[in-house]
Design a protein around this ligand. Structure first.
Ligand code: LLP
Length: 405
Protein backbone atom coordinates (compact mmCIF):
# COMPACT_ATOMS: atom_id res chain seq x y z
CA UNK A 1 0.00 0.00 0.00
CA UNK A 2 2.72 2.40 0.99
CA UNK A 3 4.11 2.70 -2.54
CA UNK A 4 0.82 3.71 -4.10
CA UNK A 5 0.08 6.39 -1.50
CA UNK A 6 3.72 7.53 -1.27
CA UNK A 7 3.61 8.51 -4.96
CA UNK A 8 0.77 10.91 -4.21
CA UNK A 9 2.02 11.97 -0.77
CA UNK A 10 3.51 15.35 -1.68
CA UNK A 11 0.42 16.28 -3.70
CA UNK A 12 -1.92 15.21 -0.86
CA UNK A 13 0.08 17.12 1.77
CA UNK A 14 -0.12 20.26 -0.39
CA UNK A 15 -3.83 19.82 -0.98
CA UNK A 16 -4.95 18.87 2.56
CA UNK A 17 -2.05 20.08 4.75
CA UNK A 18 -0.39 17.98 7.47
CA UNK A 19 -0.60 16.04 9.74
CA UNK A 20 -2.77 13.92 7.48
CA UNK A 21 -4.02 10.35 7.77
CA UNK A 22 -4.26 8.72 4.33
CA UNK A 23 -6.14 5.44 3.97
CA UNK A 24 -5.95 3.17 0.96
CA UNK A 25 -9.57 1.97 0.83
CA UNK A 26 -8.74 -0.79 -1.65
CA UNK A 27 -6.09 -2.20 0.65
CA UNK A 28 -8.50 -2.17 3.57
CA UNK A 29 -11.13 -4.08 1.59
CA UNK A 30 -8.50 -6.56 0.42
CA UNK A 31 -7.59 -7.20 4.08
CA UNK A 32 -11.25 -7.73 4.98
CA UNK A 33 -11.75 -10.11 2.06
CA UNK A 34 -8.60 -12.04 2.95
CA UNK A 35 -9.58 -12.69 6.54
CA UNK A 36 -13.25 -13.34 5.82
CA UNK A 37 -12.46 -15.52 2.79
CA UNK A 38 -9.80 -17.57 4.55
CA UNK A 39 -12.07 -18.48 7.44
CA UNK A 40 -15.39 -18.69 5.60
CA UNK A 41 -14.13 -21.16 3.02
CA UNK A 42 -13.49 -23.55 5.92
CA UNK A 43 -16.37 -22.95 8.32
CA UNK A 44 -19.42 -20.70 8.72
CA UNK A 45 -17.90 -17.35 9.74
CA UNK A 46 -18.99 -13.91 10.79
CA UNK A 47 -16.50 -11.06 10.82
CA UNK A 48 -17.43 -8.38 13.32
CA UNK A 49 -15.12 -5.47 12.44
CA UNK A 50 -13.85 -4.02 15.75
CA UNK A 51 -14.56 -0.42 14.99
CA UNK A 52 -12.60 0.91 17.96
CA UNK A 53 -9.57 0.46 15.68
CA UNK A 54 -10.89 3.07 13.28
CA UNK A 55 -14.47 4.30 13.28
CA UNK A 56 -14.29 6.69 10.35
CA UNK A 57 -17.69 6.64 8.64
CA UNK A 58 -16.26 6.03 5.17
CA UNK A 59 -14.35 3.00 6.44
CA UNK A 60 -17.40 1.67 8.28
CA UNK A 61 -19.50 2.22 5.19
CA UNK A 62 -17.15 0.30 2.90
CA UNK A 63 -16.98 -2.60 5.35
CA UNK A 64 -20.74 -2.71 5.72
CA UNK A 65 -21.01 -2.83 1.92
CA UNK A 66 -18.63 -5.80 1.89
CA UNK A 67 -20.93 -7.70 4.27
CA UNK A 68 -19.09 -7.17 7.55
CA UNK A 69 -20.76 -7.17 10.95
CA UNK A 70 -19.66 -4.60 13.54
CA UNK A 71 -18.21 -5.01 17.02
CA UNK A 72 -18.86 -1.93 19.14
CA UNK A 73 -17.86 -0.95 22.66
CA UNK A 74 -19.82 2.24 23.20
CA UNK A 75 -23.12 3.69 22.16
CA UNK A 76 -21.12 6.32 20.27
CA UNK A 77 -19.72 3.54 18.10
CA UNK A 78 -23.23 2.13 17.61
CA UNK A 79 -24.40 5.58 16.55
CA UNK A 80 -21.59 5.75 13.97
CA UNK A 81 -22.25 2.21 12.68
CA UNK A 82 -25.95 2.92 12.22
CA UNK A 83 -25.07 6.15 10.37
CA UNK A 84 -22.67 4.19 8.16
CA UNK A 85 -25.44 1.81 7.14
CA UNK A 86 -25.08 -1.22 9.42
CA UNK A 87 -28.49 -2.62 10.40
CA UNK A 88 -28.86 -3.19 14.17
CA UNK A 89 -28.94 -6.99 13.66
CA UNK A 90 -25.36 -6.84 12.41
CA UNK A 91 -24.07 -4.88 15.39
CA UNK A 92 -22.76 -6.46 18.58
CA UNK A 93 -22.22 -4.38 21.69
CA UNK A 94 -19.41 -5.55 23.97
CA UNK A 95 -19.27 -2.98 26.70
CA UNK A 96 -17.68 -3.11 30.08
CA UNK A 97 -19.05 -1.26 33.12
CA UNK A 98 -22.16 -0.30 31.21
CA UNK A 99 -24.55 2.33 32.59
CA UNK A 100 -28.30 1.82 32.88
CA UNK A 101 -29.11 4.57 30.39
CA UNK A 102 -26.73 2.88 27.95
CA UNK A 103 -28.60 -0.41 28.43
CA UNK A 104 -31.83 1.40 27.54
CA UNK A 105 -30.20 2.76 24.39
CA UNK A 106 -29.06 -0.77 23.45
CA UNK A 107 -32.53 -2.23 23.93
CA UNK A 108 -34.09 0.52 21.83
CA UNK A 109 -31.43 0.20 19.15
CA UNK A 110 -32.04 -3.55 18.83
CA UNK A 111 -28.39 -4.63 18.78
CA UNK A 112 -26.97 -7.90 20.12
CA UNK A 113 -25.80 -7.36 23.70
CA UNK A 114 -22.68 -9.17 24.81
CA UNK A 115 -22.92 -9.35 28.59
CA UNK A 116 -19.74 -8.55 30.53
CA UNK A 117 -20.91 -9.05 34.12
CA UNK A 118 -23.73 -10.51 36.19
CA UNK A 119 -24.50 -6.97 37.36
CA UNK A 120 -25.12 -5.95 33.75
CA UNK A 121 -27.40 -8.95 33.19
CA UNK A 122 -29.48 -8.23 36.31
CA UNK A 123 -29.81 -4.54 35.46
CA UNK A 124 -30.72 -5.35 31.84
CA UNK A 125 -33.41 -7.79 32.98
CA UNK A 126 -35.17 -4.91 34.73
CA UNK A 127 -35.33 -3.00 31.46
CA UNK A 128 -36.24 -5.80 29.04
CA UNK A 129 -35.72 -9.50 28.39
CA UNK A 130 -36.30 -8.97 24.66
CA UNK A 131 -32.75 -8.52 23.36
CA UNK A 132 -30.66 -11.43 22.14
CA UNK A 133 -27.67 -11.98 24.36
CA UNK A 134 -24.26 -13.46 24.24
CA UNK A 135 -21.89 -13.79 27.16
CA UNK A 136 -18.35 -12.54 27.31
CA UNK A 137 -16.39 -14.93 29.45
CA UNK A 138 -12.94 -14.40 30.92
CA UNK A 139 -11.14 -17.38 29.34
CA UNK A 140 -8.09 -17.13 31.61
CA UNK A 141 -5.89 -17.03 28.53
CA UNK A 142 -4.22 -13.76 27.70
CA UNK A 143 -1.88 -12.58 24.95
CA UNK A 144 -0.90 -9.37 23.19
CA UNK A 145 1.85 -7.03 22.06
CA UNK A 146 1.90 -5.16 25.39
CA UNK A 147 0.71 -5.72 28.95
CA UNK A 148 -1.88 -2.94 28.50
CA UNK A 149 -3.68 -4.77 25.69
CA UNK A 150 -3.92 -8.24 27.25
CA UNK A 151 -7.60 -8.71 28.07
CA UNK A 152 -8.18 -12.42 28.65
CA UNK A 153 -6.05 -13.28 31.64
CA UNK A 154 -7.55 -14.29 34.98
CA UNK A 155 -6.87 -10.91 36.62
CA UNK A 156 -8.30 -8.85 33.78
CA UNK A 157 -11.43 -6.73 34.30
CA UNK A 158 -13.25 -8.16 31.27
CA UNK A 159 -15.91 -10.82 31.01
CA UNK A 160 -17.81 -13.05 33.38
CA UNK A 161 -15.34 -15.14 35.42
CA UNK A 162 -15.13 -18.75 34.28
CA UNK A 163 -16.44 -20.05 37.61
CA UNK A 164 -19.58 -17.85 37.36
CA UNK A 165 -20.50 -18.37 33.73
CA UNK A 166 -22.82 -21.34 34.25
CA UNK A 167 -24.79 -19.46 36.91
CA UNK A 168 -24.96 -16.39 34.67
CA UNK A 169 -26.33 -18.38 31.73
CA UNK A 170 -28.93 -20.05 33.97
CA UNK A 171 -30.01 -16.67 35.29
CA UNK A 172 -30.38 -15.31 31.75
CA UNK A 173 -32.52 -18.29 30.75
CA UNK A 174 -34.68 -17.79 33.87
CA UNK A 175 -35.17 -14.14 32.94
CA UNK A 176 -36.40 -15.31 29.51
CA UNK A 177 -33.48 -14.10 27.42
CA UNK A 178 -32.48 -15.83 24.19
CA UNK A 179 -28.80 -16.63 24.73
CA UNK A 180 -27.24 -17.06 21.29
CA UNK A 181 -23.50 -16.77 21.73
CA UNK A 182 -20.43 -17.28 23.83
CA UNK A 183 -17.64 -14.73 23.49
CA UNK A 184 -14.13 -13.89 24.63
CA UNK A 185 -11.23 -11.71 23.53
CA UNK A 186 -7.74 -12.55 24.70
CA UNK A 187 -5.77 -9.49 23.63
CA UNK A 188 -4.44 -7.52 20.69
CA UNK A 189 -1.50 -7.68 18.30
CA UNK A 190 -0.90 -11.45 18.50
CA UNK A 191 1.46 -12.83 15.86
CA UNK A 192 1.46 -16.53 16.80
CA UNK A 193 -1.35 -19.03 16.41
CA UNK A 194 -0.78 -20.75 19.79
CA UNK A 195 -2.96 -18.51 21.99
CA UNK A 196 -5.82 -18.58 19.45
CA UNK A 197 -5.81 -22.37 19.33
CA UNK A 198 -5.74 -22.62 23.09
CA UNK A 199 -8.71 -20.31 23.39
CA UNK A 200 -10.66 -22.13 20.67
CA UNK A 201 -10.26 -25.37 22.61
CA UNK A 202 -11.32 -23.71 25.84
CA UNK A 203 -14.35 -22.05 24.27
CA UNK A 204 -15.51 -25.19 22.45
CA UNK A 205 -15.26 -27.24 25.65
CA UNK A 206 -17.02 -24.56 27.65
CA UNK A 207 -19.83 -24.22 25.09
CA UNK A 208 -20.36 -27.96 25.12
CA UNK A 209 -20.47 -28.17 28.90
CA UNK A 210 -22.83 -25.16 29.21
CA UNK A 211 -25.13 -26.64 26.58
CA UNK A 212 -25.39 -29.91 28.44
CA UNK A 213 -25.73 -28.38 31.91
CA UNK A 214 -28.14 -25.52 31.12
CA UNK A 215 -29.86 -26.57 27.90
CA UNK A 216 -28.73 -23.38 26.15
CA UNK A 217 -27.97 -23.65 22.43
CA UNK A 218 -25.30 -21.33 21.13
CA UNK A 219 -25.49 -20.23 17.49
CA UNK A 220 -21.97 -18.89 17.54
CA UNK A 221 -18.72 -18.89 19.43
CA UNK A 222 -16.82 -15.62 19.19
CA UNK A 223 -13.08 -15.73 19.82
CA UNK A 224 -12.65 -11.95 19.57
CA UNK A 225 -9.98 -10.10 17.63
CA UNK A 226 -6.27 -9.77 18.20
CA UNK A 227 -4.91 -10.92 14.82
CA UNK A 228 -1.55 -9.18 14.66
CA UNK A 229 0.21 -7.49 11.77
CA UNK A 230 3.96 -7.04 11.37
CA UNK A 231 5.14 -3.50 12.12
CA UNK A 232 8.88 -4.17 11.88
CA UNK A 233 10.61 -5.29 8.70
CA UNK A 234 11.83 -8.52 10.33
CA UNK A 235 8.52 -9.51 11.96
CA UNK A 236 6.79 -12.52 10.48
CA UNK A 237 3.12 -12.11 9.58
CA UNK A 238 0.52 -14.29 11.23
CA UNK A 239 -0.13 -17.28 8.96
CA UNK A 240 -3.85 -16.74 8.64
CA UNK A 241 -4.41 -19.70 6.27
CA UNK A 242 -2.80 -22.10 8.68
CA UNK A 243 -4.59 -20.55 11.65
CA UNK A 244 -7.98 -20.82 9.94
CA UNK A 245 -7.27 -24.44 9.05
CA UNK A 246 -6.24 -25.34 12.59
CA UNK A 247 -9.26 -23.56 14.03
CA UNK A 248 -11.65 -25.28 11.65
CA UNK A 249 -10.11 -28.65 12.57
CA UNK A 250 -11.09 -27.99 16.20
CA UNK A 251 -14.39 -26.20 15.73
CA UNK A 252 -17.59 -28.16 16.10
CA UNK A 253 -20.92 -27.28 14.55
CA UNK A 254 -21.23 -23.58 15.32
CA UNK A 255 -20.73 -20.30 13.55
CA UNK A 256 -17.27 -18.91 14.25
CA UNK A 257 -17.30 -15.20 15.00
CA UNK A 258 -14.09 -13.17 14.91
CA UNK A 259 -13.57 -9.47 15.64
CA UNK A 260 -10.54 -8.23 13.78
CA UNK A 261 -9.77 -4.53 14.00
CA UNK A 262 -6.04 -4.10 13.46
CA UNK A 263 -5.83 -6.80 10.76
CA UNK A 264 -8.31 -4.96 8.55
CA UNK A 265 -7.14 -1.39 8.87
CA UNK A 266 -3.57 -1.15 10.25
CA UNK A 267 -1.56 -1.33 7.06
CA UNK A 268 -4.14 0.53 4.98
CA UNK A 269 -3.16 3.91 6.39
CA UNK A 270 -0.13 6.15 6.72
CA UNK A 271 0.34 9.43 8.52
CA UNK A 272 1.97 12.30 6.65
CA UNK A 273 3.79 14.80 8.83
CA UNK A 274 5.94 17.75 7.81
CA UNK A 275 9.37 18.37 9.32
CA UNK A 276 9.50 21.90 10.65
CA UNK A 277 12.70 21.81 12.75
CA UNK A 278 16.02 20.02 12.67
CA UNK A 279 17.81 20.47 15.98
CA UNK A 280 21.42 19.36 16.37
CA UNK A 281 22.39 18.82 20.01
CA UNK A 282 25.61 17.42 21.49
CA UNK A 283 23.91 14.05 22.00
CA UNK A 284 21.36 13.67 19.24
CA UNK A 285 19.81 15.18 16.17
CA UNK A 286 16.09 15.76 16.54
CA UNK A 287 13.65 15.80 13.67
CA UNK A 288 10.76 17.98 14.86
CA UNK A 289 7.56 17.07 13.03
CA UNK A 290 4.10 18.60 13.09
CA UNK A 291 2.42 15.40 14.37
CA UNK A 292 2.83 14.43 18.02
CA UNK A 293 1.34 11.91 20.40
CA UNK A 294 -1.85 13.93 20.16
CA UNK A 295 -2.00 12.61 16.55
CA UNK A 296 -0.60 9.09 17.07
CA UNK A 297 -0.17 7.85 20.62
CA UNK A 298 0.95 4.24 20.10
CA UNK A 299 4.73 4.87 20.33
CA UNK A 300 4.34 6.99 23.49
CA UNK A 301 1.74 4.72 25.10
CA UNK A 302 3.06 1.24 24.32
CA UNK A 303 6.55 1.92 22.97
CA UNK A 304 5.15 0.69 19.65
CA UNK A 305 7.36 0.62 16.60
CA UNK A 306 6.15 2.23 13.37
CA UNK A 307 8.24 2.40 10.23
CA UNK A 308 8.99 6.00 9.33
CA UNK A 309 10.36 7.17 6.01
CA UNK A 310 10.99 10.43 4.24
CA UNK A 311 8.71 10.65 1.22
CA UNK A 312 11.69 11.64 -0.94
CA UNK A 313 14.56 9.77 0.65
CA UNK A 314 16.07 7.83 -2.22
CA UNK A 315 19.78 8.09 -2.77
CA UNK A 316 20.42 10.24 0.30
CA UNK A 317 23.08 9.30 2.80
CA UNK A 318 21.83 7.82 6.08
CA UNK A 319 21.89 9.56 9.48
CA UNK A 320 20.55 8.75 12.94
CA UNK A 321 17.70 10.79 14.35
CA UNK A 322 15.17 11.03 17.14
CA UNK A 323 11.81 11.83 15.58
CA UNK A 324 9.69 13.94 17.89
CA UNK A 325 6.49 15.99 17.86
CA UNK A 326 5.50 19.48 18.98
CA UNK A 327 3.98 18.66 22.37
CA UNK A 328 5.38 19.91 25.65
CA UNK A 329 6.24 16.50 27.04
CA UNK A 330 9.50 14.67 26.72
CA UNK A 331 7.55 11.51 25.93
CA UNK A 332 6.43 13.05 22.64
CA UNK A 333 8.66 10.73 20.64
CA UNK A 334 7.87 8.57 17.62
CA UNK A 335 11.29 6.94 17.32
CA UNK A 336 14.69 7.12 18.97
CA UNK A 337 18.02 6.69 17.25
CA UNK A 338 16.36 5.73 13.98
CA UNK A 339 18.44 5.57 10.83
CA UNK A 340 16.88 7.55 7.99
CA UNK A 341 18.02 9.03 4.72
CA UNK A 342 19.11 12.59 5.51
CA UNK A 343 16.13 14.82 6.28
CA UNK A 344 15.83 18.59 5.80
CA UNK A 345 13.37 21.08 7.19
CA UNK A 346 10.28 21.14 4.99
CA UNK A 347 10.57 17.45 4.08
CA UNK A 348 7.58 15.19 4.38
CA UNK A 349 7.69 12.02 6.49
CA UNK A 350 5.37 9.04 6.27
CA UNK A 351 4.64 7.02 9.41
CA UNK A 352 3.38 3.63 8.30
CA UNK A 353 0.74 1.16 9.48
CA UNK A 354 -1.27 3.65 11.50
CA UNK A 355 -4.79 2.71 10.37
CA UNK A 356 -5.56 0.88 13.62
CA UNK A 357 -5.67 2.87 16.86
CA UNK A 358 -4.16 5.89 15.12
CA UNK A 359 -6.82 8.52 14.59
CA UNK A 360 -9.17 6.69 16.96
CA UNK A 361 -6.80 7.36 19.89
CA UNK A 362 -5.88 10.92 18.88
CA UNK A 363 -6.63 13.81 21.20
CA UNK A 364 -6.65 17.57 21.54
CA UNK A 365 -3.82 17.58 24.08
CA UNK A 366 -2.00 20.91 24.18
CA UNK A 367 -5.10 22.33 22.44
CA UNK A 368 -3.95 20.96 19.12
CA UNK A 369 -6.38 20.30 16.32
CA UNK A 370 -7.22 16.78 15.25
CA UNK A 371 -5.93 16.08 11.75
CA UNK A 372 -7.83 15.49 8.53
CA UNK A 373 -8.35 12.03 7.05
CA UNK A 374 -8.27 11.21 3.36
CA UNK A 375 -9.26 8.01 1.62
CA UNK A 376 -7.87 6.87 -1.70
CA UNK A 377 -10.30 4.67 -3.61
CA UNK A 378 -9.91 3.59 -7.22
CA UNK A 379 -7.07 6.08 -7.62
CA UNK A 380 -9.06 9.12 -6.44
CA UNK A 381 -8.56 10.94 -3.16
CA UNK A 382 -11.51 11.89 -0.97
CA UNK A 383 -11.56 13.97 2.20
CA UNK A 384 -13.27 11.71 4.77
CA UNK A 385 -12.75 13.87 7.84
CA UNK A 386 -12.16 17.60 7.90
CA UNK A 387 -9.28 18.99 9.88
CA UNK A 388 -10.54 20.54 13.10
CA UNK A 389 -10.74 24.30 13.45
CA UNK A 390 -9.93 26.44 16.47
CA UNK A 391 -13.66 26.89 17.10
CA UNK A 392 -13.89 23.12 17.61
CA UNK A 393 -11.54 23.41 20.58
CA UNK A 394 -13.87 25.71 22.50
CA UNK A 395 -17.28 24.81 21.13
CA UNK A 396 -18.47 23.00 24.27
CA UNK A 397 -16.88 25.29 26.81
CA UNK A 398 -18.58 28.00 28.79
CA UNK A 399 -17.31 30.87 30.87
CA UNK A 400 -19.99 31.35 33.55
CA UNK A 401 -21.58 34.79 33.55
CA UNK A 402 -20.93 35.06 37.28
CA UNK A 403 -17.18 34.81 37.01
CA UNK A 404 -15.47 38.16 37.62
CA UNK A 405 -15.41 40.29 34.46
N1 LLP B 1 -12.81 -7.35 20.31
C1 LLP B 1 -12.68 -6.84 21.55
C2 LLP B 1 -13.65 -7.20 22.57
C3 LLP B 1 -11.61 -5.95 21.82
O1 LLP B 1 -11.48 -5.45 23.04
C4 LLP B 1 -10.69 -5.62 20.80
C5 LLP B 1 -9.58 -4.70 21.05
C6 LLP B 1 -10.88 -6.19 19.51
C7 LLP B 1 -11.95 -7.06 19.31
C8 LLP B 1 -10.00 -5.88 18.35
O2 LLP B 1 -8.68 -6.24 18.55
P1 LLP B 1 -7.66 -6.19 17.30
O3 LLP B 1 -8.12 -7.19 16.28
O4 LLP B 1 -7.69 -4.80 16.75
O5 LLP B 1 -6.36 -6.55 17.89
N2 LLP B 1 -4.92 0.47 21.46
C9 LLP B 1 -4.18 -0.76 21.35
C10 LLP B 1 -5.09 -1.94 21.04
C11 LLP B 1 -6.21 -2.10 22.04
C12 LLP B 1 -7.19 -3.16 21.64
C13 LLP B 1 -8.39 -3.16 22.51
N3 LLP B 1 -9.34 -4.15 22.18
C14 LLP B 1 -3.08 -0.60 20.31
O6 LLP B 1 -2.94 0.49 19.75
O7 LLP B 1 -2.31 -1.54 20.07
Amino acid sequence: MAGKVMQKAEELAEKYDTPLYVTDGDRMIANYKRIFGTFSERLPTRVYYACKANANLAILHLLYREGSYADTVSIGEIFSCLKAGFPPEKIMFTGTNVRNDELIYLVNAGVLINIDSISELVRLSKISAEPKLSFRVNPEIGAGHHEKVVTGKRTSKFGVPLNQIEGAVRKAIDYGFDVVGLHCHIGSGILESGPFLKVVDRMCDLAESLESSTGVEFEFIDIGGGFGVPYKRDEVALDIENLAQEISDRFRGKILAIEPGRYIVADSTLLLTRVNTIKETPEKTFIGADAGFNTLIRPAMYGSYHRIMPVKGEGKKKRRYDIVGPLCESGDVFAEDRELPEVKEGDLLAILDVGAYGFSMSSNYNSRLKPAEVMIKNGKDYLVREREKFEDLIKNQLVPEELPK
